[in-house]
Write a protein that binds this ligand. Structure first.
Ligand SMILES: Cc1ncc(C[n+]2csc(CCOP(=O)(O)OP(=O)(O)O)c2C)c(N)n1
Ligand SMILES: [Mg+2]
Length: 661
């Protein structure tokens, strides 16, 4: 497309944003208007993609980290010929539209990631760039290059102010992800104020210092953008790229442009005069025939390039049937089922005491051997989180297929990067840290749940049982806090067999994330029932671990490290007492009513729940007549077994509590 047409397209995309936001009465005009030339250059020329095959493996991934500028993305996806009609644009921000307020993965073709919480998209893009680097190394051969795409991320001042972006960028620089092009919309404005009120750093120097190649240009100069972008794209120098584009926020609405008032919908009331000054007709939601046909031609050209690629791909497939099979299975929603995964995991030695973190590490080995697609990582805690895949190497720029990723002490970036892996779908990613520090990555875990991403994490050191490190490292509220996130499965297994099932559940899940909550301290194995029963019970979220041997008098419900305490209490209480192990509330809640009733019969209201954490959520299972032995305070620095005892995590406390009902 020539510059003339691209300029017209930019102005018409501005018109679409103005009209959609004017119609909705709400939205963010600043970015779609300020970045209109960048959109024209990217979607009209620079990016490689196929609107008819939006998940084409060799597409350039475009992530709008500044998700508030969603109308930017919708306008360009529409013009490019994705499945996003003008009617969809008219429905901007309306119920069940394909054009929600912020871009949502799975809702709209061409939306690569759910963005809006600033900075997350940068982390996701770094994850996608990592994913593609591994894919290049895994799948390209000397004869055939089937993957050579780039990840392009548009971020604003807000994204780059957020810590997660800096964590992720440092990871990208360290790992030499030169397939990443981060475009920084530097418009000197944020939501509330001119940017100078809150930032004074030299962003170019900051990024140069962490190993990026940096260029700065006028973001309204289409030709300059195309030539610079082209150079950066071609430069395989081991440096990720930062392209700083100086733009005028809200450009085209003279009343507000260049000021923070242009950030949101403030300018929309000037729609009429703005349309005029942009050279647009009075007709709203206008796209000229010239622009339409130019984008139609562009789509044909993209499809032709895709067809060319298909030829290479066919040849590659013929020459590499094993790799082709692996790649075919590498889809975001493609996972082995839990029973299959469990069949790979041998039973644990009976009677052996073991921490569930150690059990998870053992379970991981045969699973990883069966699933070459799987990698894992830790936030500088492999030695403690135990999720290292043995003999599988470490991911480094020189060893891209190493399956253990050192995320550094960057929990938040780890969350966002693993989400990036999951959005891309090629690899099965997981991370690990101490449960207490899952708080540092909570925003990314929440987005994984919202976007239904099959990613999972090993959260170890799961209670005051951590011991001497003290209350800073002893989670009490964290497991419950994670349970509050909708669509996140939180699994706290009690022994090796439950851990095997927990890992199998995490691997097999296709429609959301899983948090594995694992103990630091050794736990006895629960061989009161068979390994198969414990595994199958865990697959249902909860089960009767010890059945009553006489008329039912009471039920003790527990998770993880407190299940053996519950067992001991029930033994002492007598034959009429049942123990229910409830490793996963969410999965148990999804079981049919008759199963749940068989585990927790409503006729029995004498129930005690025990968990080394805050008690609030437990009343759902013990009911108003029941009681909870929990820890509704912060912990203490002392040996773990003493702290657990001191805070009531012992059989006598359970017995006393049951007897008081
Ligand atoms: C984590 C997070 N905090 C706050 C917000 C609310 N918010 C949305 S946009 C924005 C300002 C962003 O500034 P910038 O990235 O420069 O965007 P511009 O105004 O230039 O479009 C804020 C504070 C958010 N979306 N995410
Ligand atoms: Mg800004």
């Amino acid at each position: 497309m020539n510059t003339e047409v691209l300029t017209q397209a930019a102005n018409q995309a501005r018109g679409l944003a103005i009209d959609a936001i004017h119609k909705a009465g709400i939205g963010h005009l600043g970015l779609p208007l300020g970045c209109a030339e960048i959109g024209a250059a990217l979607f009209g020329e620079a990016l490689s993609f196929n609107p008819s095959a939006p998940r084409w493996i060799n597409r350039d991934r475009f992530v709008l980290s500044a998700g508030h500028g969603s109308m930017f993305l919708y306008a360009w996806l529409h013009l490019s010929g994705y499945d996003l009609s003008m009617e969809d644009i008219r429905q901007f921000r309306q119920l069940h539209s394909k054009t929600p307020g912020h871009p949502e993965f799975r809702e709209t073709d061409g939306v690569e990631a759910t963005t809006g919480p600033l900075g997350q998209g940068v982390g996701n893009a770094v994850g996608m760039a990592t994913s593609l680097k591994i894919a290049e190394e895994t799948y390209n051969t000397a004869e055939h290059e089937i993957i050579n795409s780039r990840v392009v991320c548009l971020a604003g001042d807000g994204c780059l102010q957020e810590g997660v972006a800096m964590e992720a960028s440092a990871f990208a620089g360290h790992n030499k992800l030169d397939n990443l092009i981060l475009i920084y919309d530097s418009n000197d404005v944020t939501l509330d104020a001119q940017a100078e009120e809150t930032q004074s750093e030299d962003t170019a120097a900051r990024y140069e210092a962490i190993g990026f190649e940096v260029a700065t240009i006028d973001g309204h100069d289409i030709q300059k953008f195309l030539s610079t972008f082209g150079q950066l794209r071609a430069s395989k120098n081991g440096k990720p790229k930062l392209l700083i584009v100086k733009t005028v926020v809200g450009k085209g609405i003279q009343e507000v442009e260049g000021t923070w008032k242009a950030h949101g919908e403030g300018g929309a009331k000037f729609a009429e005069s703005a349309r005029k000054s942009l050279g647009l007709p009075e007709e709203s939601f206008f796209v000229s025939d010239t622009v339409r046909s130019a984008f139609k031609e562009r789509k044909s050209a993209l499809e032709a390039a895709y067809a060319e690629w298909q030829k290479t791909f066919q040849a590659w497939q013929g020459a590499n049937p094993e790799l082709a099979k692996q790649l075919k299975e590498a889809k975001v929603d493609q996972r082995p089922d839990a029973e299959t995964v469990l069949s790979w995991i041998p039973e644990f030695e009976k009677g052996k005491k073991m921490a569930t973190r150690a059990a998870a590490g053992e379970v991981l080995q045969p699973v990883a051997a069966q699933l070459p697609r799987m990698n894992t990582g830790s936030a500088d805690l492999f030695g403690s989180t135990k999720n290292y895949i043995k003999d599988a190497g470490e991911f480094t720029p020189e060893n891209l297929t190493g399956r253990n990723i050192r995320y550094g002490i960057r929990e938040h970036a780890m969350g966002a990067i693993t989400n990036g892996f999951a959005y891309d779908g090629l690899w099965i990613a997981s991370g690990a840290t101490f449960l207490t520090f899952s708080d540092y990555m909570r925003p990314s875990v929440r987005l994984a749940a919202l976007s239904k991403l099959p990613v999972f994490h090993f959260f170890t050191h799961d209670s005051v049982g951590v011991g001497e490190d003290g209350p800073t490292h002893q989670p009490v509220e964290t497991t419950s806090a994670l349970r509050l996130i909708p669509d996140l499965d939180v699994i706290r297994p009690a022994d090796g067999e439950e851990t095997a099932a927990a890992v199998a559940l995490a691997i097999s899940r296709t429609d959301g994330p899983t948090a594995l909550i694992l103990s630091r301290q050794n736990l006895p194995d629960l061989s009161v029932t068979s390994a198969a029963d414990r595994r199958n019970g865990t697959l249902k979220g909860g089960y009767v671990l010890r059945a009553e041997k006489a008329e039912l008098k009471g039920i003790v419900i527990a998770t993880g490290s407190e299940v053996h305490v519950a067992l001991e209490a029930a033994e002492k209480l007598g034959d009429g007492y049942r123990v229910v192990s409830l490793p996963c509330f969410e999965i148990f809640d999804r079981q049919p009513q008759d199963y749940r009733e068989s585990v927790l019969p409503s006729s029995c209201s004498r129930r005690v729940g025990i968990e080394a954490g805050v008690s609030g959520l437990w009343f759902r299972y013990v009911g108003s007549a029941g009681k909870v032995v929990g820890i509704d305070r912060f912990g203490l620095s002392a040996p773990g077994d003493l702290v657990l005892k001191h805070l009531g995590m012992h059989a006598d406390q359970v017995i006393e509590t049951m007897q008081a009902i």
